[in-house]
Every structure is written in structure tokens, then in C-alpha cells.
Design a protein around this ligand. Structure first.
Ligand code: AP5
Length: 210
């Protein structure tokens, strides 16, 4: 089962990917997490990505496609995977098709722009494993410490309101057209992402398990 999570920044892609990984046992691949790790390590891909990520712009397609190709070639992806944050442009979706990757379902998590800022301002993320928390909706058991790996949990640099607005603009211009791309293929399923975490996860799990 190969699944794509599509949605605006803060829609809940990473949170829902965690739920599905725990239920279905397939890995979740976040290009955002991979690029943040590469940036922290100062690798060539990380250095190429930094200036774009810090401004809330998309990293060039060739860099991200290369990163994704390497990741899905790993052994743990042989029985399927969840893509969280890839593809983000029609060129990236076409690259997946050219790689021969068959996508079974694309889950669009729908949320109004007005709700995004408050979600992201209160988001906290594990600097080690990338797990996503929220001060009110999903707090860590111990303040500042990841429940899953014990890593340090903190706010993301691109979650400041001005950068979030730039990310939202980029989403509407470059990524939202993918809805039409996958609707034409008959594999797009849209869920309401404005309900609580469990209420949003329910229809997603029903779609993927049914
Ligand atoms: P990335 O890390 O992918 O950021 P994003 O797409 O902007 O998505 P987020 O991680 O911000 O949000 P999310 O939807 O995962 O929300 P979350 O589950 O955390 O990318 C960062 C940057 O990397 C990009 O800007 C770009 O520069 C670059 N990049 C990455 N991929 C790229 C690509 N393919 N091409 C080019 N560039 C790329 O939830 C948000 C908060 O809400 C959390 O606090 C969570 O606890 C809470 N929450 C979640 N769901 C609910 C719910 N249902 N109810 C209440 N609270 C909820």
C-alpha cells in the first residue's frame, strides 16, 4: 500500500502519518524531516535546501526528487509507504509516475487557512525523530521531551506567522493543483482535518483498511 498525504502546512499530514504507521506498520516518509536532518548535518542536499526552507519556499524539484528516490529504495519501503509532504508540485508527481511507483490512495486533509496559524504557533516538533506535538491538542508527557524517542522537542523555525503565510501561499500556487492530478486518476479521498486528531484519523483508517 503506497499512500500520499496531501494538505496545507499544519493540516495534520505528519500527525496522521504517525497514526497510520502505528496501525498499518508501513513507514512514513516526510521529505520535510529528511531535509531538516540534512540541513542540520550540513550535507549538500541540506545546504541546497536551507535558503528555501527558511523562507517557506519549495526546495527545487531535482533536489527533493533525488532525496525521495534514495529513501524509497531502502528495504523498509518494500511493502509500502506513506509519503508526507511529497509530491508538492506536478513535476514531482510526474517524477513518481516515471519511477514506476504505483500510488493506491491520496488522502487530502482539508483545513481552512484561518485555522493554520494557531495550529502551527503552538506546534512543537521532536528534533530527533520529527514527531509532531501541540501544546494544547497533543502535549508531550514530559515538557520538552519526545514521547517516542526522548529527543528534544521545540518549535520549528519556519512556524513563525510570516513564514507560515508564505508557506500557505506556496501551497495554494504549487501544491493544490495536485488535487486535480490525482482526482483524474480516481484515487483522491478528501477528509475534514478540522476535527480533533482521533476524529480525523477515523475516516483515514477506514479508507486505508477498507
Ligand atoms: P514540511 O515539514 O513537510 O512542512 P509542511 O508541509 O508545511 O507541513 P507541516 O509539517 O508544517 O504540517 P503537517 O501537515 O505535517 O502538520 P502536523 O501533523 O505537524 O516541509 C517543510 C519545508 O521543507 C517546506 O516548506 C519546503 O521548504 C521543504 N519541503 C518539504 N518537502 C518538500 C517537497 N516535496 N518539495 C519541495 N520542498 C519541500 O500538525 C500541525 C499541528 O496541528 C501539530 O501541532 C499537531 O499536533 C496539530 N494537529 C494535527 N492534526 C490535528 C487535528 N486533527 N486536530 C487538532 N490538532 C491537530
Amino acid at each position: 500500500m503506497n499512500v500520499i498525504f496531501l494538505g496545507a502546512p499544519g493540516a495534520g499530514k505528519g500527525t496522521m502519518a504517525e497514526v497510520v504507521t502505528a496501525k498499518l506498520g508501513i513507514p512514513s516518509i516526510s521529505t520535510g524531516n529528511i531535509l531538516r536532518e540534512a540541513k542540520a548535518k550540513g550535507t549538500p542536499a541540506g545546504l541546497a535546501a536551507k535558503e528555501y526552507m527558511d523562507k517557506g519556499e519549495l526546495v527545487p524539484d531535482d533536489v527533493v526528487i533525488g532525496v525521495l528516490k534514495d529513501r524509497i529504495a531502502q528495504d523498509d519501503c518494500q511493502k509500502g509507504f506513506i509519503l508526507d509532504g511529497f509530491p508538492r508540485t506536478v513535476a514531482q508527481a510526474e517524477a513518481l509516475d516515471k519511477m514506476g511507483v504505483k500510488i493506491d490512495k491520496v488522502i487530502e486533509i482539508d483545513i481552512a487557512d484561518e485555522k493554520i496559524i494557531s495550529r502551527l504557533v503552538d506546534r512543537r516538533v521532536c528534533t530527533k525523530c520529527g514527531a509532531s506535538y501541540h501544546l494544547k491538542n497533543k502535549p508531550t508527557n514530559v515538557e520538552g521531551v519526545c514521547n517516542l524517542c526522548g529527543g528534544k522537542v521545540e518549535a520549528r523555525v519556519d512556524d513563525q506567522p510570516d513564514v507560515v503565510l508564505s508557506r500557505l501561499k506556496t501551497y495554494h500556487e504549487k501544491t493544490a493543483p495536485l488535487k486535480g492530478y490525482y482526482e483524474k486518476k480516481g484515487i483522491l479521498v478528501t477528509v475534514n482535518g478540522e476535527n480533533g486528531i482521533e476524529a480525523t484519523a477515523k475516516p483515514i483508517l477506514e479508507t486505508l483498511q477498507g
